[in-house]
Write a protein that binds this ligand. Structure first.
Ligand code: UGA
Length: 438
C-alpha cells in the first residue's frame, strides 16, 4: 500500500483520491479552500457525483482518507503527490496555470526523500517540464537527499460516471522522462487491470487534448449532419445508428443535440487551438468544431422562434439545466446560452432541473423563475424545452403536461422522445435533425 497525497479536491482530485483510498492506499487530500476541507471532514461534498459520498464516507471511516489544508501534513511522507488543481481558461483562451504553479512550489518546499509528482490537471503541452523547473527552483537547499520525478497522468473521467471510469478505465496514460517513476505510478494502477501506455511527458499531455478534441469533433460532426438532415428530411438518430454499427466508426459521441458543454471540451478544444496557433499551426478543424458547437444552440432558438412566430412575451418551460445528466455542473452548459437568448428576446422562462437549480440561479439572468418539479414549470406555458436528458424526464405523465400547457409545443434539444409518440400524445413536437411527424 502506498502513501499518496492529492492536491485539489475538485472533481478530478476528490474522485482520484477517494478511489485510490478505496484500493487500500493511505490518501491525504489537500485543498487550500478551508471551507471545502471543513465540509469534507464533516462528510459534506463540494460537488454532486453519484456514489462519491458513500465512497468518501467508507474510506474516511476506515482511516484511509484524510483531508487537510496544510502542505506540511500532507506532502512529507507521501511517495506520490498528485496535482489535480483547476486550470481555468485564461483571458486569451490559453490555460491559466497559476494554481498548478502554487501547488508545484508548495510541494517542493515540503517534500521529503524521493517524491513522484504526478500531473493530473489538464495542462498545456510542455507543462510537465515547466513543473519540474518550478519544483527544482523551490527545493530547499538542505537536506541534500531531496529528489523528485514528474509524471504526466491525464484523466479521462466523465462527470456523472467518474467512479466507474476510475475503476474500469479504457487505459491509463503515463508520461515521464524518468521511466522508473512512470513504472512506479503504473504499479498504483495495477489493481484496476487495464492497458497502461508509458510515453514521454509531452506525448502524454497531447493524448489528453487529442482525446477530448476528437470527442468534441464527433459531436460537432453529428450536429452538422443534423442540420443537413433537417434541411433534407433525413433522421439523424437513425443516421448515427447506421453509421455507428460500422466498427471503424463506432456509435459513441454521435448524439446530435444542442452542443457540448461542461468544464472540459469547451476549454480543452479552445486551449488546443490556442497552442496550435501559438506554434504557427492552423487548427482549422478545431475552429470549425467550436463554431458548429455555438451554432447548435443558436439554431435551436431559431427553430423555436420559427415555430412560435416570436418568443417575446411567451411563457417557456425548461426541463434540465446541467450541461449533461447526473451532475449539477453548469459550466458552459448549453442551457445558459439558450435561456439567456430567450430572456433577452422577452420570453418568460421557468426552469426545473433535478439538481442544478442552485448553481443555475447564480449564472442565469435574474428574470428566470424556477419550479420544484417538471410539471410546475409547464403550467400555462406556450412551449417546453428539454435541454438536459435526465432519466426522470423520460417517463413523465405527458397527458398531464399537455393539458396544463397553454399551447402544446415541445422542443426536444436532446432527441430524447419518439416523434410519433409525442404526436400521438397531442404535442407539436420538434427535435434536432429529425423529420416532423404530421
Ligand atoms: C469529458 C470526457 O468525456 C472525459 O473523458 C474527460 O476526462 C473529461 O471530459 C475531462 O476532460 O475532464 P465530461 O465533460 O464529463 O467528460 O462529459 P461528456 O460525457 O464527455 O459530455 C460532454 C458534453 O458533450 C455534454 O454536454 C454532453 O451533453 C455532450 N455530448 C456528449 C453530446 O452532445 N453528444 C454526445 O454524443 C455525447
Amino acid at each position: 500500500m502506498s502513501n499518496i497525497c492529492v492536491i485539489g479536491t475538485g472533481y478530478v482530485g476528490l474522485v482520484t483520491g477517494t478511489c485510490f483510498a478505496d484500493l487500500g492506499n493511505e490518501v491525504t487530500c489537500l485543498d487550500i479552500d478551508e471551507n471545502k476541507i471543513a465540509g469534507l471532514k464533516r462528510g459534506e461534498l463540494p460537488i454532486y457525483e453519484p456514489g462519491l459520498e458513500e465512497l468518501v464516507k467508507r474510506n474516511r471511516d476506515a482511516g484511509r482518507l484524510k483531508f487537510t489544508t496544510d502542505y506540511t501534513q500532507a506532502v512529507p511522507g507521501a511517495e506520490f503527490v498528485f496535482i489535480a488543481v483547476g486550470t481555468p481558461q485564461g483571458d486569451d483562451g490559453g490555460a491559466d496555470l497559476r494554481y498548478v504553479e502554487v501547488a508545484a512550489a508548495s510541494i517542493a518546499e515540503t517534500l521529503q526523500g524521493h517524491t513522484i509528482i504526478i500531473n493530473k490537471s489538464t495542462v498545456p503541452i510542455g507543462t510537465g517540464d515547466w513543473v519540474a523547473g518550478i519544483v527544482e527552483r523551490h527545493l530547499p537547499t538542505t537536506p541534500h537527499n531531496l529528489t523528485f520525478a514528474v509524471v504526466s497522468n491525464p484523466e479521462f473521467l466523465r462527470e456523472g460516471s467518474a467512479i466507474g471510469d476510475f475503476q474500469v478505465p479504457d487505459r491509463v496514460v503515463l508520461g515521464s522522462t524518468d521511466r522508473s517513476a512512470a513504472e512506479r505510478v503504473a504499479e498504483l494502477y495495477a489493481p484496476v487491470r487495464t492497458s497502461i501506455i508509458i510515453t514521454d511527458l509531452r506525448t502524454a499531455e497531447m493524448i489528453k487534448y487529442a482525446s477530448n478534441a476528437i470527442l468534441a469533433t464527433r459531436i460537432s460532426f453529428i450536429n452538422e449532419i443534423s442540420q443537413i438532415c433537417d434541411a433534407l428530411g433525413a433522421d439523424v438518430k437513425v443516421v448515427a445508428e447506421g453509421m455507428g454499427q460500422d466498427k471503424r466508426i463506432g456509435s459513441q459521441f454521435l448524439q446530435a443535440g444542442i452542443g457540448y458543454g461542461g468544464s472540459c471540451f469547451p476549454k480543452d478544444v479552445k486551449a488546443l487551438a490556442y497552442m496550435a496557433e501559438a506554434a504557427n499551426c492552423h487548427p482549422q478543424l478545431l475552429l470549425a468544431v467550436m463554431d458548429i458547437n455555438q451554432d447548435a444552440r443558436r439554431f435551436f432558438v431559431q427553430k423555436l422562434e420559427r415555430t412560435l412566430g416570436s418568443v417575446t412575451g411567451r411563457k417557456i418551460g425548461v426541463w434540465g439545466l446541467a450541461f449533461k445528466p447526473n451532475t449539477d455542473d453548469m459550466r458552459e452548459a448549453p442551457s445558459l446560452d439558450i435561456i439567456s437568448a430567450l430572456v433577452r428576446k422577452g420570453a418568460e422562462v421557468k426552469a426545473f432541473d433535478p439538481v442544478a437549480t442552485k448553481v443555475a440561479k447564480r449564472l442565469l439572468p435574474g428574470a428566470v423563475e424556477y419550479g420544484n418539479d417538471p410539471y410546475e414549470v409547464v403550467v400555462g406555458a406556450d412551449a417546453v424545452l428539454l435541454l438536459t436528458e435526465w432519466n426522470e424526464f423520460k417517463g413523465l405523465d405527458f397527458e398531464r403536461v399537455r393539458n396544463s400547457m397553454a399551447q402544446p409545443f415541445l422542443f426536444d434539444g436532446r432527441n430524447l422522445y419518439d416523434p410519433k409518440e409525442m404526436k400521438r400524445l397531442g404535442f407539436t413536437y420538434r427535435s434536432v435533425g429529425r423529420p416532423v411527424v404530421h
